[in-house]
Design a protein around this ligand. Structure first.
Ligand SMILES: CC(C)(COP(=O)(O)OP(=O)(O)OC[C@H]1O[C@@H](n2cnc3c(N)ncnc32)[C@H](O)[C@@H]1OP(=O)(O)O)[C@@H](O)C(=O)NCCC(=O)NCCS
Length: 140
């Protein structure tokens, strides 16, 4: 059964391991740990296994911004990314929420569109080979 919760310090090691497995990027220990300590990270568990997590911050021109969303490859297309995004949306007090992803990331763009996010811009100078696409959702 899927269980979504605000991440706690004891989740950090599993989040780092999933981040490394999926992105292969240098460890984001500081940003993951800081977001958890600010109570702005959500985790998704199935039984005892971490199957996804989301990081949120609130300093994108004073609006909430979903900074990272990761679902374990074995658990994709089961609604876990959707559930984490919806949890983030309901956790903020704001009229809008933002996120972004690379142009090449069709899965995340499709997820955003399906959840009612509007494409609101492209930033080409971060990664010139693969620009960043920005999305905004108006919250009720
Ligand atoms: C993007 C990601 C978070 C989606 O998570 P997920 O749990 O598989 O998403 P969901 O099951 O909630 O999918 C919801 C919808 O998103 C879209 N979607 C998800 N994966 C897709 C894919 N590979 N191709 C096309 N559309 C996709 C579909 O519209 C899907 O609805 P459907 O299954 O009814 O067709 C996941 O693929 C992932 O972790 N990718 C690697 C990390 C990443 O790129 N993160 C986003 C940038 S921070």
């Amino acid at each position: 059964m899927l269980n979504i919760a605000v991440a706690q310090p004891h989740d950090i090691n599993a989040m780092l391991a999933l981040d490394a497995l999926v992105t292969g990027a240098p460890p984001r220990q500081r940003s993951i740990a800081e977001t958890v300590h600010r109570q702005r990270a959500c985790v998704a568990y199935i039984n005892a296994e971490l199957c996804g997590f989301l990081l949120l911050h609130e300093h994108f021109f004073d609006y909430p911004f979903i900074e990272l969303l990761i679902v374990h490859p074995l658990y994709r297309r089961q609604g876990i990314g959707t559930a984490l995004m919806r949890t983030a949306e309901t956790s903020v007090v704001s009229t809008k929420i933002f996120t972004s992803t690379n142009t090449s990331n069709a899965a995340m763009q499709q997820l955003c569109t399906q959840l009612g996010y509007l494409h609101c811009g492209t930033l080409s100078c971060l990664d010139e080979e693969d620009p960043e696409e920005f999305y905004c959702k108006y919250l009720a």
